[in-house]
Design a protein around this ligand. Sequence first.
Ligand SMILES: Cc1cc2nc3c(=O)[nH]c(=O)nc-3n(C[C@H](O)[C@H](O)[C@H](O)COP(=O)(O)O)c2cc1C
Length: 296
Amino acid sequence: MKNPVTVASGTFGYGGEYDRYFDVARLGAVTTKSLSLKPRPGNRPPRLVETPAGMLNAIGLQNVGIDAYLRDKAPFLREKRVPIIGNIYGATPDEYAELARRLEAEDAADAIEANLSCPNVHDAQRATGPVLVSQSCEAIGAYTRAIRAATRLPLFVKLTPNVMNIQEPALAAEEAGADGVCLINTLLGMAIDAETRRPKLSNIVGGLSGPAIRPVAVKMVWDAARALRIPIIGTGGIACAADAIEFLLAGATAVSVGSMSFRQPDAAVQVVEGIEAYLRRHGIGAVTELIGAMQV
Ligand SMILES: Cc1cc2nc3c(=O)[nH]c(=O)nc-3n(C[C@H](O)[C@H](O)[C@H](O)COP(=O)(O)O)c2cc1C
């Protein structure tokens, strides 16, 4: 990556959607929507709800599927010469392994990000116990090892914040061979219409994102950075360069801009430029000097 800024999976389509707003090659990398073996229609609407300083979504991993991605989407990103982080979702470790294998074999990703933390796809959605893969260290180990064995591409594991102690799943990913982790996916939430008494999302439960979750995400990056040797992609509510720098100071090596791109389509490139201006203003030679440089 020529700069530490990518986009958060699911908020930037497959890259081409944003090319009319800015040259996506200015990003450090483009992260794709989660790709599955078969196309997925996602959940029925309503699947987005605005919340104070953020949004709830229950998209349910709608995506074109790996075949259409390889045929119709990856060529555009390759032409752009922007590094691709291929985000993948499967129902089993074997499915993840197969997706990683295909992305590598067809030269359609430079790194893999395994989404082990989507809150919107499990039948057990309404259970109160652990339902996401990344809520179980054992499951993280099994899934990560399967993907690790299938590819030589750098492997990032994307974790859920819906846990007691983020260091445990992060260490489980590291021990199983991940090259990095992405923190955080959305926080579980729900909203109810007081007049109709009905849930505002068809799925009832969704994932909270946007500025509201940034302090939670920064704390989780800081916690994880003190336990891990591998790098962290910090994600959650980044709206401007100062927000991104906050994640770097907490210990992230790179950042991704998510929900903000819906409000301001060129938000991610503004963050790239804002970080460059910050480095000039502070006379800092390399952005890596900021990683974990919070002063207490
Ligand atoms: C509409 C929407 C769709 C998302 N889809 C995915 C997805 O397919 N895979 C994934 O790993 N994360 C997905 N996410 C989570 C984001 O990548 C990110 O982790 C989260 O939104 C926090 O960042 P933000 O507050 O900057 O949006 C999605 C988020 C939103 C808002």
